[in-house]
Every structure is written in C-alpha cells, then in structure tokens.
Design a protein. Sequence first.
Length: 137
Amino acid sequence: MASILNPYISFRDDARQAMQFYRDVFGGELTLNTFGESGMPDAPEADKIMHAQLQTDSGFTLMAADTPPGMDHNPGTNISISLSGDEGDRLRGYWAKLADGGTVAVPLEKQMWGDEFGMCVDKFGIGWMVNISQPQG
C-alpha cells in the first residue's frame, strides 16, 4: 500500500450518524469501530466511535471519530489531515517535519491497536494524524 492523505472529521457524539449519512450520499463500504471494541469496554464512551472509515467506489476515503470527553471539540475547526500507510520510514519523515515547530498532542508510537500513531498541530495551526500500519500476523 502506498501512503494516502485524506480528511478526518471529529464529531462530539454523532460520528456514527454522520458517517452513515455520508455513506448514503457517496455509497461505499463503511467500517465503524467503537471505543469499547478497541480496549475500553467499561469507559463511558464505549459505544461512541473511536474510528470510522468510508471507502467509496469513486476512490474517496473519509475518516471520522467521536471526540472523547475532556478533549476540545470546536465545530468549524474539527477537521484534521490523516496520513496513513505502511511506508514507515517515509511516514516517520513526514511526521518529523510536520511536528517540527508545532505541537505534538500524541507522540508517534505504538498504540493499543498495534499501529504506530501520532497527532500534532503544525506551525501553521493545521492538525495532522499519522498512522503507520503494522504487518498483520
């Protein structure tokens, strides 16, 4: 897989409904993963969406999640740019450049789902997420 770049939208509590709407608009395959399914079954947000991905027949990819309690959610500024793929060295290089002079919210490191993931805001105020897929085994 090559690296891909796509929008990632944050919602307060209605990511599921929004992504189902976008699937109705664009068609395609929708995958929804809750916080509960991702290792937090007893958390208050267990039924909320930790990660949603819509892959359309037209080649569009749209990702989204519900914003966890305690994190800021500001409509109008709730879109980040997601870089993902399995080209680890290339994606780590992008991460280093994006984070330089910016603010790291989540360090780029292995996460509970097995991938390397990090979040930062670059020096121009743009939010970025980098996910490096790990081989499935």
